[in-house]
Design a protein around this ligand. Structure first.
Ligand code: FS2
Ligand code: SF4
Length: 562
C-alpha cells in the first residue's frame, strides 16, 4: 500500500505497510481500486455531459464513493466490493447511452474523444484504463487489482504534475463529502457535478501541462466553494440559521446516546426516534455546532456535548455510559471497552461494528441506551457557546465595525481546521492563549477543541471566542470576511484578519484550495505541510499566495501584529 493523503502519514512521507490511522493494506487496495473505477466513471460521465447526457445516480455515486475513501471514514474492505461494481455498472450504462446517441450523430465520437483528451483519429473511444477496466469477481481479486492501481502508478510523470493531480484528487474528496451531505438535505447542483466529473476525468489525461494543473487546482477550490454553499443552504434551509447557544459539557442523569461525525440529518432522525423515551442526546466532536440550529435545539432531550476532538475518542468513549453513533469521519479502531456499543451509519465503517443501514432505524441504539441506564447523576462541567455562524455575526456587523473603528478590536484571527494527534498541535492552544485582549478569535472545525472551553471574555459584550461551526462552515467564515471587507470598503486581504489553520484530512485540503482560489493570502498552515506537495508546488504557493508554515505562537503573533 501507499497512502499519503493525510497529515499523520507515516514519517511525513507515506504509509506503506499499514496506515497510521489503522487502515490495513487490503482496505487501502480496494479504496485505491474504487478511486480508479470512479475516475473511469467520471471520464465517461464528463464526455456524456458534454453531449447533454446526465445521470443523477452516477453523480451521487461519485460523491459517495470518493467520500468513502476519506481518512477515518470506512475501514471495512468488504463494503468496497459493491461500490467498485456499482462504479463500473454506472459507467457502462452511460457508455451505452453514448453509443445510442452516436447512432444518430456521425460526428459524436470526435467530440467525445476531444472531451477526454484523445486525438480525433484515435482508434479507441476512451483511453484504455479505468474507462474499460473490469472488476474481479471477489474481494481477494479486487485487492490484487487495487495493488496495481495505487498512487505512484504514473512513474514517468513530472513530479509537480503528480503533486497537483493528487492535490486535486484530495480536494475533490473533501468537496464530494460536503456535496454528499448537501444532497442528503436536498441540495444538489449541476454546476458542481459537471466540475466534479471534469476534474476527476482530467486526472487521467496525459496531455495537460503544469499551467493547466495549476488552473485545475484552483477550479477544484471553486468547486468546493460551491459544495460548501450547497451544504450551508441544506443545513440552514432545513434547520434554520444557528443562533448563539449555551451548551452544557456535563451530564444529565439517565440514559444517553452520543452522536459523532458531521451529519445533521442523522442527528435529526435520532432526535425524532428518541422523543419521549427519557434518553438524552449528546454531541461529540464536529457535531457540537448542531446545538445552535433552531430546528435541532427545539428537542428538549438534545442535551449537551461530550468529550473533545476525534483523536481522543478511544479514551473518552470508554467513559460514555451509552451507545455511540458515528455518522461520518473521524472513527478510530473501537476499543474493547466500547466495541459492543459503537454503531456506524451512512458511509462510515469498521469491520465487526453494527452498521445502521439506509432505513436509519436506530432501535438497536435506543435499546442499548435504555439497557445501560446512562449517567448515574447530574454533573456540572461548565458550558461553551456555539452558534456564531454568518447570520449571527453579521447581525451585529455594525457593532463589530464600530468596535474596530474605535480601536477596541485590533485584529481578528481565524484559528481552526482539522485536529490530529501530533504534539506540535499544541501550537494552536498556545497561540489562542497569547492572542492579545483587544483581538477576537473566530474558530471552526475540530481544531477548536484545543481551546473551545477557554473563557476569553468579551469586548463590550462581543465574545472574544466565536465558534462559527463545523469545517464546512468555512463557507460562513468566508461570508463574514467578505461582508466585513464591504463594510470597510477594502479587499479581504486588507482586513485586520489573519488565518491560522491546521489541516489533517482531505476536507481541509478542499477548504485550503477554496481560500487560495478566492485569492486569500498570508495563510499560516500547520502543523506540517502536506507530503503530496512537491518542492516546486510549495514554492509556487509561497510566491503567489504568501502561504507560510506555522513557526511559534510568539513569532507568528509578532509578525502578524507587527
Ligand atoms: Fe475533524 Fe475529522 Fe471536520 Fe475533519 S472530525 S479531522 O474529518 O472534517 O475536521
Ligand atoms: Fe496513512 Fe493518512 Fe492514508 Fe491513513 S489516511 S493510510 S494515516 S496517509
Amino acid at each position: 500500500m501507499f497512502c499519503f493523503q493525510c497529515e499523520q502519514t507515516a514519517h511525513g512521507t507515506g504509509c506503506t505497510k499499514k496506515g497510521v490511522c489503522g487502515k490495513d493494506a487490503d482496505t487501502a487496495a480496494v479504496q485505491d481500486l474504487l478511486i480508479y473505477a470512479t475516475k473511469g466513471l467520471s471520464q465517461v460521465a464528463h464526455a456524456a455531459r458534454e453531449q447533454g447526457i446526465t445521470d443523477n445516480a452516477a453523480d451521487r455515486f461519485v460523491c459517495e464513493g470518493t467520500f468513502s475513501t476519506l481518512t477515518n471514514v470506512n475501514f471495512d474492505a468488504e463494503r468496497f466490493v459493491p461500490l467498485v461494481r456499482r462504479a463500473v455498472e454506472l459507467r457502462d450504462d452511460l457508455k451505452s447511452r453514448l453509443n445510442q446517441a452516436a447512432e444518430g450523430d456521425a460526428g459524436l465520437w470526435a467530440k467525445i474523444k476531444k472531451a477526454v483528451g484523445l486525438a480525433e483519429d484515435s482508434a479507441i473511444s476512451f483511453p484504455e484504463g479505468p474507462a474499460t477496466f473490469q472488476p474481479a469477481a471477489d474481494l481477494e481479486g479486487m485487492i490484487r487489482q487495487g495493488h496495481e492501481h495505487g498512487i505512484p502508478d504514473d512513474p514517468e510523470a513530472n513530479e509537480d504534475i503528480k503533486s497537483l493531480k493528487e492535490t486535486v484528487i484530495y480536494g475533490l474528496k473533501g468537496a464530494c463529502a460536503y456535496a454528499d451531505h448537501a444532497a442528503i438535505l436536498g441540495q444538489e447542483s449541476e454546476v458542481f457535478y459537471a466540475e466534479m466529473h471534469r476534474l476527476l476525468a482530467a486526472t487521467l489525461r496525459q496531455d495537460l501541462g503544469l499551467e493547466d494543473w495549476v488552473q485545475l487546482t484552483m477550479d477544484c477550490g471553486q468547486a468546493n466553494m460551491k459544495a460548501m454553499e450547497l451544504l450551508d443552504a441544506g443545513n440552514t434551509g432545513k434547520y434554520g440559521h444557528p443562533t448563539p447557544t449555551e451548551v452544557p459539557l456535563g451530564a444529565k442523569k439517565g440514559p444517553a446516546i452520543c452522536v459523532s461525525g458531521h451529519d445533521l440529518h442523522d442527528l435529526e432522525l435520532l432526535l425524532k426516534q428518541t422523543e419521549g423515551q427519557g434518553i438524552q442526546i449528546y454531541t461529540h466532536g464536529e457535531m457540537l455546532p448542531c446545538h445552535g440550529y433552531p430546528e435541532l435545539k427545539k428537542y428538549p432531550h438534545f442535551y449537551g456535548h461530550f468529550g473533545t476532538a476525534w483523536q481522543n475518542q478511544q479514551q473518552e468513549f470508554k467513559e460514555f455510559p451509552g451507545p455511540i453513533l458515528m455518522t461520518t469521519n473521524c472513527i478510530q479502531k473501537p476499543r474493547e471497552e466500547y466495541a459492543d456499543r459503537i454503531y456506524t451509519t451512512g458511509l462510515v465503517g469498521w469491520p465487526g461494528t453494527t452498521h445502521i443501514g439506509a432505513d436509519k432505524d436506530f432501535t438497536p441504539l435506543i435499546e442499548k441506551a435504555l439497557e445501560m441506564g446512562g449517567f448515574p447523576e447530574d454533573t456540572d462541567n461548565g458550558s461553551v457557546m456555539v452558534g456564531f455562524a454568518r447570520n449571527a455575526v453579521l447581525g451585529v456587523a455594525d457593532k463589530v465595525v464600530d468596535l474596530v473603528k474605535r480601536g477596541k478590536i485590533r485584529h481578528f484571527f481565524l484559528v481552526g481546521g482539522c485536529d490530529g494527534a501530533k504534539p506540535g498541535r499544541s501550537y494552536y492552544e498556545d497561540f489562542v492563549d497569547q492572542v492579545p485582549e483587544d483581538c477576537v478569535v473566530l474558530t471552526l472545525a475540530c481544531g477548536k477543541f484545543r481551546f473551545f472551553d477557554k473563557d476569553l471574555g468579551s469586548i463590550e459584550g462581543l465574545p472574544r471566542l466565536l465558534d462559527v461551526g463545523q469545517c464546512n462552515d468555512a463557507f460562513s467564515a468566508i461570508q463574514i470576511a467578505v461582508a466585513l471587507a464591504q463594510a470597510f470598503d477594502c479587499e479581504v486581504n486588507e482586513l485586520p484578519l489573519s488565518m491560522v489553520l491546521s489541516w489533517y484530512e482531505q476536507k481541509a485540503v478542499a477548504i485550503l484550495l477554496t481560500l487560495l482560489s478566492l485569492g486569500i493570502k498570508d495563510i499560516r498552515l500547520g502543523p506540517t505541510l502536506p507530503a503530496f506537495v512537491s518542492e516546486n508546488v510549495l514554492n509556487y504557493l509561497v510566491e503567489n499566495f504568501d502561504i507560510k508554515p506555522i513557526s511559534t505562537p510568539e513569532e507568528d503573533l509578532k509578525a502578524i501584529l507587527g
